[in-house]
Design a binder for this molecule. Structure first.
Ligand code: SAH
Length: 394
């Protein structure tokens, strides 16, 4: 196939030569005639040296690089990348009878920018974030079902809300292979109903797996409040850890119902747990002081874009300050931010401001991040998005 070439402006190749996978539109000297959104292109320096190959799209990130150092992709590109990613998950010890869910492809971190794949048992849920991946979806779905040892039978494509709407691709959420066939996945021996068709993102937040394990460790005998519970992941682990009582809060009634179902699945008839479908800020304001000695704050991204950064940071400060005001002495706070534009330092500063405002002694016990099945390409620091602090509050 004849692939078109994008030539960069002089001096604009530097970050790419260090293998940063994005070409910004401002770095491009001129676009070849007839280039269409989603096309695979060759990228070269101003003097005509090949840098690599990527997917073109209209926008500030104009090319997402798929490979460096050659002028074309190998025939079996997706199969090769998937096998490599799967081998790493095997190395991580994530594929076990008592753990059937994990992230198989984490975009840039697995050298397929624009693609997310989460595995739930024999189902892969696939999200495209770029037109190039959208056009390759059938090829990727086939490669997923052919992946040796992974046992993937169903591939659900879920990109209605993740593709740039200006590209007018009108993707449909649909099965590209297999069909709906059971929906219970196991994480560290706990069972979860996963509703990839109606749920948020791919249906479950696999990125909190290790942080939930840590929470379980602290839960014994504690009164636990799990804010922004979604499917109740932290709550189920707290129950297993021997919590005295667990309250889960989410503003979405659907999420509250999912949490109830997951608690019932693992701890049928256990009276220690209650769910509240209400706004987190309101719940924190109205609750009695000293009601809880283990609180989890895992809100949705408060800053989805750089221009929302200031308000986002204010949101984190406000949320955390309510928790500091109310948590029992000797309490433990698990607090998170999944906003990619909020750095570790910014988040820590927002939480510090909240702690200072409350006048309490606060110590950092753990600094948390995303697990190893959400790897970060060392050339692409933007891939680090999940930040968490575990705090001891006196
Ligand atoms: N902690 C969860 C993931 C949280 S996702 C896990 O481990 O899986 C964020 C959740 O916050 C969503 O379920 C969303 O419905 C909920 N949410 C968003 N705004 C909220 C608000 N103001 N009050 C309470 N819940 C909210």
């Amino acid at each position: 196939m004849n692939i078109k070439t994008i030539r960069l402006k002089k001096g604009k190749e530097e970050s790419l030569l260090r293998r940063h996978p994005w070409v910004f539109s401002g770095a491009i000297a001129s676009l070849p005639e007839g280039l269409e959104e989603g096309e695979t292109v060759k990228v070269e320096t101003s003097s005509g040296d090949t840098i690599g190959v990527g997917h073109f799209q209209i926008g500030s990130i104009a090319v997402r690089m798929l490979g460096f150092g050659s002028a074309a992709l190998p025939e079996d590109f997706y199969g090769m990348r998937l096998r490599n990613a799967f081998r790493i998950r095997q190395t991580l010890g994530l594929i076990r009878p008592d753990n059937t869910c994990y992230r198989l492809i984490h975009g840039e971190g697995d050298f397929i920018p624009g693609l997310i794949v989460d595995i739930y048992g024999d189902t892969a849920v696939m999200q495209a974030h770029s037109p190039g991946i959208h056009f390759a979806r059938h090829q990727i779905a086939a490669a997923l079902t052919e992946l040796p040892e992974a046992g993937i039978r169903n591939v659900y494509y879920k990109s209605e809300t993740t593709l740039p709407y200006k590209a007018h691709l009108d993707p449909e959420n649909e099965y590209l292979a297999g069909n709906y066939d059971g929906n219970i996945a196991i994480e560290n021996g706990l069972q979860f109903n996963i509703d990839w068709m109606r749920g948020q993102k791919t249906g479950f937040f696999v990125d909190q797996r290790e942080n939930r394990m840590l929470l379980q460790h602290y839960a014994k005998g504690r009164d636990v409040l799990n804010m922004f519970c979604y499917t109740g992941g932290f709550s189920v682990y707290a129950m297993r850890g021997g919590a005295n009582r667990v309250d889960s809060v989410d503003s979405s009634a659907k999420a509250a119902a999912l949490t109830d179902a997951n608690i019932e699945l693992n701890f049928p008839g256990d009276g220690r747990h209650h769910t509240y479908a209400t706004d987190a800020f309101r719940f924190l304001s109205e609750m009695e002081k000293d009601s809880y000695d283990l609180i989890i704050l895992d809100p949705p991204a408060f800053a989805k874009h750089r221009n929302a950064l200031k308000n986002g940071l204010l949101g984190y400060r406000k949320l955390n300050s309510r928790a500091f005001d109310k948590i029992r002495s000797g309490g433990i706070l698990f607090t998170f931010s999944c906003s990619q534009v909020v750095t570790k330092e910014m988040f820590r500063l927002a939480v510090f401001s909240a702690a200072a405002q409350s006048g309490r002694n606060v110590r950092i016990l753990h600094q948390l991040t995303q697990p190893a099945d959400h790897p970060i390409d060392i050339s692409h620091p933007e891939g680090e998005y999940l930040k968490g602090l575990v705090l001891y509050v006196e």
